[in-house]
Design a protein around this ligand. Sequence first.
Ligand code: PLP
Length: 380
Amino acid sequence: MKLFDVYPLLEITPVRAEGSWLWDDRGIKYLDLYGGHAVISIGHSHPHYIKRLEDQLHNIGFYSNSVQNPLQRQLAEKLGSLSGYPDYQLFLCNSGAEANENALKLASFVTGRKKIIAFRKAFHGRTSGAVAATDNPKIVSEFNKGHDVVFVPLNDEGAFLRALDGSVAAVIIEGIQGVGGIHVPDSSFLQMVSAQCRANNALLILDEIQSGYGRTGKFFAHQHSGIKPDLITVAKGMGNGFPVGGVLIHPGINPKSGMLGTTFGGNHLACAASLAVLEVIENENLMANANRVGSYLMTGLKSVRGIDAVRGMGLMIGFDLPEELQFVRTTLLNTHRIFTGEAKPNTIRLLPSLAITMQEAELFLEALRTCVANFMVTQK
Ligand SMILES: Cc1ncc(COP(=O)(O)O)c(C=O)c1O
């Protein structure tokens, strides 16, 4: 059997990883500033993470959601206290798209409505409702187009208010838009959206799948704006590579038996991985590190000649490359052996582990300065 060929692949085969570093099958070492799409939160192969998963595997790896699983309650408690949402409820699933799908479904159950407001350049995943709320017609099939979704430009108060009416079940918004190119919603905009949702009995869903889990220096990006959404979705950094996702649910929303469900969600291994991640974030002060190294990277980037529009917060950073510097991402990878991410058409995304050191950040800045300086020399 062949693989269903949907991914454009780099010609690199990583076989080992540690901290912010990867090694390929030829022994070449790479600095990882992308974490496999923002997934590696505490660093590759963290010893505490390995031990917790290993120990769990020796006890019990999986049983379904038809038996007691105290690890789920431990995880809910730890996540509640670290994130500042101790009174919320947790539904566990397996991926980001599934988390958003469940959040959208829950908002519709609660309100009895079905219209969704989403934002231009949004990405919420590839399941039916999540992809319908994603602003990319290329990945939306005819089947997905049946959903009632209206897109409005980010930070456009007038357009948002025109779209909001009594039929809106939920507004879904990323803490910081990731796939769309690192666009940060204004605090005043988020505050207005939150207040208007409340006034119209629509639920506010904060998609923190890429921007959450300490990446911006606070547990969730929206906490920089002081709002409290009804539903918060998480995945990516939650398991540091173990597939796990979740929805944090306002205490006023009552569960009904069978309302949501999954076979794999919240299994013993997923809980062990997620607990290990939270323990490391707390014990190693990784949110403070994200803040510190993020500010250093941001300041450094702003001083590189030719680099445009540096955006983001903490360790969720994007910047634009002008036409003549489009080669930079490939040179960083092939010459300097540094992984970065991209967002079409011309944005580089940095989403390193929250444990990245100042020295590692400096290695990247130095490599970027070299790429740009070499180009300037050839232009003289
Ligand atoms: C903001 C956001 N939401 C949802 C998703 C979908 O997550 P998954 O690929 O785990 O389904 C992503 C993935 O990139 C994302 O960035």
